[in-house]
Design a protein. Structure first.
Length: 233
């Protein structure tokens, strides 16, 4: 991997250990001339790829100086869209985004270290210079929505000030379980060994380690917990 691109991924929040664990191949012949002329880069690790539809979607919008690394066979990904210049997207090993939609806007970044198991229709959306970084060992149930911004401006009518997040940063710690239809948006830091309950909304919040949070907005309902992928008695 080009050292400049490696530095981009590190600056976006990717772990050097995860980056260096795979041998990356820069795609050349598979992409159109304009892609290379605009200094974009797409890397695959051995055995990794985008499905044809997601690959085609990646070429829908013109962009420049955007860098993408795919470290997993993302066979079930529905869409990967990059909406502008200098986007940074990193998928590590064992990332499964079943029927997933991923959007990364200009100057924005998404880093999924892996393993990530998203069981159905996750949506990830980073824009306005925002970022999403997920540490290893994620379980996201159906309908999970992770977005830095609301896509539209909410304004105080009296002062003209923006009220909703703009270019927010989302961090998910290790071993996080986002239950069905949960929403994570705005400036969010979720620590490790956390469960976000079904249809809960974590927005502009910090969630402490080893807790269960529930509700809209989410509140801590249980402390001192962890969880297991195996459904044991």
């Amino acid at each position: 991997m080009d050292v400049r691109h490696r530095e981009r991924f590190l600056a976006a929040g990717a772990s050097a250990e995860v980056l260096d664990a795979q041998a990356w191949r820069l795609l050349t012949d598979e992409l159109p001339d304009w892609w290379h002329d605009c200094r974009n880069a797409l890397y695959y690790a051995p055995g990794a790829h985008l499905p044809p539809a997601a690959f085609d979607n990646l070429l829908v919008y013109p962009m420049s100086d955007s860098v993408i690394a795919v470290g997993s066979p993302l066979d079930t990904l529905t869409s990967l869209l990059v909406g502008g210049d200098r986007a940074t997207v990193f998928f590590g090993q064992r990332v499964i985004l079943t029927a997933g939609d991923v959007y990364c806007g200009p100057e924005s970044s998404i880093v999924l270290h892996g393993p990530v198991v998203a069981t159905r229709c996750p949506v990830l959306d980073a824009r306005n210079g925002g970022s999403i970084v997920a540490a290893p060992d994620q379980l996201w149930a159906a309908g999970t929505y992770i977005a830095t911004d609301d896509m539209h401006r909410l304004t105080d009518a009296a002062t003209g000030a923006r009220l909703n997040p703009f270019g927010a940063h989302i961090r998910l710690g290790e071993h996080v379980w986002l239950c069905r239809d949960s929403v994570v948006s705005g400036h969010v830091e979720i620590d490790s060994h956390v469960v976000v309950a079904t249809r809960s909304v974590v927005r502009n919040q910090q969630v402490p380690r080893g807790t269960v949070v529930a509700g809209t907005p989410a509140r801590v309902v249980r402390e001192g917990v962890t969880w297991d992928f195996d459904d044991l008695p």
